[in-house]
Write a protein that binds this ligand. Structure first.
Ligand SMILES: Cc1cc2nc3c(=O)[nH]c(=O)nc-3n(C[C@H](O)[C@H](O)[C@H](O)COP(=O)(O)OP(=O)(O)OC[C@H]3O[C@@H](n4cnc5c(N)ncnc54)[C@H](O)[C@@H]3O)c2cc1C
Ligand code: SF4
Length: 695
């Protein structure tokens, strides 16, 4: 769940302290009751003071008033927010509290009263002012405070019932296959451990799991370490809130900052981001490989033909096939209708979910296990071939001796914050340490985390490229209201595509949203927001992503989180604008009643005139509603050690025996969803490593 925070919060905590002092001073006047309130006691939830709860309630009430049948938000929403803030990393909670205060004080210069003291109608006006503002900082601030409030208000069974959709799925019984005996839960380890293996693989997402499988298949003694937990089927309840908490990195709150705030999502679980991905499967296009060969001097094996044998093996393992038309939901026929009327190439997407029955919740974990994410494909297959896995094991450093990777040191127990506070898990308890000795180390923590781990370990620093060259495939979406029912909670969320503009770097691929997640995407505040939410059964969402030419950077952030910097260049902004226009056209051609482009300064596109106006509108990056799901390139392969971190065999230029097999090794934006390419390149790298170990 992305907050959209991009403000400097450092000065706000002081304000809050003043607020508490003021409260304490009043205590004498008000007696004991005042004392407990000022201290955030008597009934206050852990994450917010009483005053902050009042601010949150006032905001929620103005942003989400009652509709014809949906209840309005208010004090109960603020209570939920307080509880939720107690569960997220403290620096993020502090940022959100600062944003609440910023909202509270914003009307003071003009209305001489803080937001929570204004009558409801005036509060609504203030929020509308933020919403319509061309100042990105104000819209970001509003988004930051409203994102959790909206989610918490709509994440309730009664709200789901009101719009006639299912809240929770029946849980599937866990199976206990024999290979589970090779999995150790790091949370249950109480003492320091020392282990030896031949190859240590760090991370079990697309890259790590494929490499571990290949190496174990070739007879090597493989140990996988994974920071997240191994979620069995019973954990996949279809509840986004639970997935954000248990399966997303940093609760889904990581954010790229630059000329636009972009939430960047990644997984943290056995299976990595594949557990929460949409299951779309593409081979990278030859044009991308040609740019690697032409622009970066990579050899001929980096081509469609050269990588074909690896792609074929990945497709067999993932059981890739076109989405079943039976489970496309209403969005498939709608997009087909629009694309056909406009003469665009379209069709079902290739997916890795052979037994999918359209439960509609891929990005929050597939409840039936139909999606062949690596937790149900490569990881079990590696375990069956003798590999071992320790979960809740966060690798702190790669151990490098005389220029050679010799293993790694990890902290067991799952709480990443414990690791950053020197390995202490709480008062008096130290997290157990795991030291692994290995012949070779494969790092596969993903493009956000791998550069941080390598930097901590002093590896891949020579070129100055570590953490740089970040591409993210910026993505956006358009929403549209139809007379017919869409029911976007049913069917495959991302099962259909328009690939007509692939050569322009534009791919259109689904993106239906469950009710509580749609509450974050639906624009506006106040009555017109609630009115749209009440029409959720008729609301369609379709998205697209671009092959970006902008490049960002990942640096170490607060509390072990990545600090992601990304400034979108004008070429990419123009491509995003074209994507939005095209999608508006498709929806209009398909017969939409109202089309919502989610662009600041353009509320609706309901005919050719509006489309022309949107085309003519000078759009800045900060006017767009962007998210990213495909971070790549922060530790890239290359022929020249001066401009890359890894050789063509994925081995670090400056540390022997240290390999990187994940999205960070991919040298550029691909233009298509990356999981298959990451897996194919990992298989190739693992093959080369195996030959070296056996030679
Ligand atoms: C919501 C969403 C939807 C997506 N949809 C698609 C799609 O439809 N098709 C597609 O092709 N791609 C999709 N992607 C992208 C795709 O899933 C990723 O590109 C791919 O999984 C990245 O693989 P990876 O190996 O680089 O990292 P990941 O799969 O992210 O795995 C990295 C793993 O390493 C672990 N780790 C990190 N640091 C450490 C450490 N220090 N110690 C131990 N473990 C560590 C992490 O916990 C994580 O489990 C999607 C991604 C998201 C987030
Ligand atoms: S739509 Fe299919 S793949 Fe996605 S979660 Fe549902 S059953 Fe699994």
């Amino acid at each position: 769940m992305a907050l959209g925070l991009d403000l400097d919060f450092r000065r706000w905590p002081a304000l809050e302290r003043r607020e508490l002092r003021a409260g304490a001073a009043k205590q004498d006047e008000r007696g004991a009751e005042g004392a407990s309130v000022a201290a955030g006691g008597a009934g206050a939830e852990p994450g917010l003071s009483e005053r902050e709860r009042r601010i949150a309630a006032a905001l929620a009430e103005a942003a989400m008033p009652p509709g014809r049948f949906l209840e309005g938000a208010g004090a109960a929403t603020a209570r939920r927010l307080a509880g939720w803030l107690g569960s997220i990393p403290p620096h993020l909670a502090q940022g959100l509290r600062a944003a609440l205060w910023a909202m509270e004080l914003a009307p003071v210069p003009t209305r001489l009263r803080p937001l929570s003291a204004l009558p409801l109608e005036e509060r609504m006006e203030v929020l509308r002012g933020f919403e319509q503002s061309r100042a990105r900082a104000l819209r970001s601030l509003l988004r930051a405070v409203l994102t959790p409030l909206r989610f918490l208000h709509y994440d309730q069974p009664e709200m789901f019932q009101h719009v006639g959709c299912r809240y929770e799925l029946p849980t599937v019984r866990n199976e206990e296959p024999r290979w589970l005996a090779q999995v150790t839960n790091g949370r249950e380890v109480e003492e320091d451990l020392e282990l030896e293996c031949e190859v240590l693989v760090i991370g079990t997402g697309a890259g790590g799991a494929a490499a571990a499988y290949e190496l174990a298949s070739r007879g090597h003694a493989v140990l996988m370490l994974e920071e997240g937990d191994y979620h069995r089927r019973a954990s996949f309840t279809g509840r986004p809130a639970r997935a954000y908490r248990d399966m997303y990195r940093d609760h889904g709150l990581d954010m790229a900052v630059g000329n636009v705030s972009i939430p960047v999502f990644a997984g943290r679980a056995v299976g990595g981001s594949t557990v929460i991905n949409s299951g779309t499967c593409y081979r990278a296009p030859e044009t991308t490989f040609a740019s690697w060969r032409g622009g970066m001097g990579l050899p001929a094996e980096f081509s469609s033909d050269g990588l074909a044998p690896y792609y074929e093996r990945v497709e067999r393992m993932l059981q890739v096939a076109p989405a079943d038309p039976l489970h496309l939901g209403a969005i498939g026929p709608i997009v087909r209708r629009g694309a056909e009327r406009l003469g665009l190439r379209h069709g079902p997407l290739q997916r890795n979910a052979p037994d999918c029955d359209g439960q509609g919740i891929c990005c929050f974990g597939c409840p039936t296990g139909a999606k062949r994410s690596t937790d149900v494909s490569y990881v079990p297959e590696a375990l069956k071939r003798g590999a071992q896995l320790i979960t809740a094991a966060r690798v702190r450093t790669i151990d490098i001796v005389a220029g050679r990777a010799r293993g790694a040191t990890a902290v067991l127990g799952g709480d990443t914050r414990a690791e950053t506070s020197g390995g202490r898990a709480g008062p008096g308890r130290r997290r157990p340490r795991l030291v692994v000795r290995a012949e070779a180390v494969v790092v596969a923590g993903g493009a956000l985390m791998t550069p941080l781990l390598l930097r901590r370990s002093g590896a891949c620093l020579a070129s100055g490229m570590l953490g740089k060259n970040l591409s993210i495939h910026p993505a956006s979406k358009v929403m549209a209201l139809f007379d017919e029912r869409i029911d976007q909670w049913q069917g495959i969320p991302q099962g259909y595509q328009i690939d007509h503009f692939a050569d322009e770097g534009l791919m259109f691929e689904g993106g239906s949203l469950p009710f509580d997640v749609a509450a974050l995407a639906v624009p506006w505040t106040g009555h017109r927001y609630t009115e749209l939410m009440e029409q959720y059964p008729h609301l369609a969402t379709f998205g697209f992503m671009i092959k970006d030419t902008s490049r960002g950077e990942v640096r170490p952030g607060i509390g072990g989180t990545p600090l992601v910097l990304y400034t979108m260049n004008q070429e990419d902004v123009a491509r995003m604008q074209r994507g939005i226009e095209l999608l508006c056209e498709v929806f209009l051609a398909a017969g939409a009643r109202r089309v919502l482009p989610l662009v600041a300064g353009c509320d609706e596109v309901n005919g050719p005139g509006d489309l022309e106006r949107l085309r003519a509108q000078p759009i800045k990056a900060g006017d767009l509603d962007i998210a990213a799901f495909h971070p790549l390139g922060t530790c890239r392969i290359g022929v020249d050690p001066r401009s890359s971190c890894l050789g063509l065999d994925h081995q670090a230029h400056d540390v022997a025996g240290l390999y990187v097999c994940d999205g960070s090794a991919i040298p550029s934006s691909l233009g298509v969803n990356p999981q298959m390419t990451i897996m194919a390149m990992s298989l190739r790298a693992a093959e080369l490593l195996s030959e070296r170990l056996s030679g």
